[in-house]
Design a protein around this ligand. Sequence first.
Ligand code: ZN
Length: 216
Amino acid sequence: MINLRLSGSGGKPLVMLCLGCHSDDIEIGCGGTILRLIEEQPNCRFHWAVFSAIGTRRAEAQRAAELFAGSERLELLLKEFRDGFMPFVGSDIKAAFEEMKNTISPDIIFTHNGRDAHQDHRLLSELTWNTFRNHLILEYEIPKYDGDLGQPNLFVPLEKEIYEKKVRYLMDAFRTQSPKHWFTEETFLALMRLRGIECVAPSGYAEAFYCRKLVV
Ligand SMILES: [Zn+2]
């Protein structure tokens, strides 16, 4: 299978918009891809928006974004919407998207999967598509209790150094999540291993995304 490369338009540095409801969503969903993009294109830049980053989790979100993207590449937008209640304050979240539409022009957008079982995740995915109408949007996946994993169609193979770094950063940056039964190294490695099988990744590991629309 041939590889399509992600590169900026007209030789300009690639600009990413990373959208996540909660501290740790972006990093779990596409942390390895972000690390790989930086390795391949050190001049790339990130707009990084977390919609529920409150108290300790705000500090964790900030530190993780700096770990993964590097503070020099980063424009961080941290909001304080209540976890689990986003569909019920949809107009405020929609307003935040309208503001982003007027100020950000990304090449690639990473967002939640539209069929995610978490109500906050689904809302953000829907608003991503409503707001950014002529953009490459890649929807990442988050493993969870509800069992909503599907069949993604875009794969990013990750070298050993990258996928190990992703897991290390996750465990290091999100200490408040460690009591959760699913927040373990094994969970993150297992999902990347399965996606690596599906795309025949040389290292055996990959991240995967849902890409609804692609222009070549
Ligand atoms: Zn989440």
